[in-house]
Design a binder for this molecule. Sequence first.
Ligand code: IMP
Length: 194
Amino acid sequence: MSKIVFATGNPNKISEVNDLLAGHFEVLGLTDIGCPLDLPETSPTIPENALQKARYVYENYSVDCFSEDTGLEIEALGGEPGVFSARYAGEGKNAEDNMNLVLRKMEGETNRKARFYTVIALILDGKEHLFEGIAEGTIRNERSGTAGFGYDPIFQPDGFGVTFAELTKAEKNAISHRGKAVRKLIDFLASLNN
Ligand code: IMP
């Protein structure tokens, strides 16, 4: 089976993506190639952040790799937290603090529309490829559920009466931003082998 490096230090992302890529590719992590887990992500947009992380690994370790960057975009907050999703409430990158800040800013707001936006950046033989995935939904008034990670307890995907944090990993992967982007990545990689 072909090997590919997933350039992320986030164990939750590795867990979701490993499930999706199982049987297609053997996924290596940053520790497998001796790369520090905290990759630079200082770019102004999600696609550029994804590319920045993949380029860092490709340039320093000369391996085919992909990275991903995700943001929660809330319509009533003008797209916030967006590219600042990880450190919305501060450099501590604390999910509870981030959710509290979102819930506070959304107090009394009737437009609850939001979406998760993921971009995967793949670098293969030096060539860059981008794959997007979007999950539309709404921001709940309070947390619900304990599965998943990040903003999952306050995000209700459209067409569901529960939050991402009330779905199993398989159920979330089937409809999520990351699941959609990873399936595009798999289709692309599979098309190269035909
Ligand atoms: P990054 O892509 O690692 O920079 O993550 C951005 C922020 O969005 C972090 O706070 C993550 O916890 C959060 N995040 C990323 N993916 C998801 C998801 O699938 N569900 C909920 N929160 C997420």
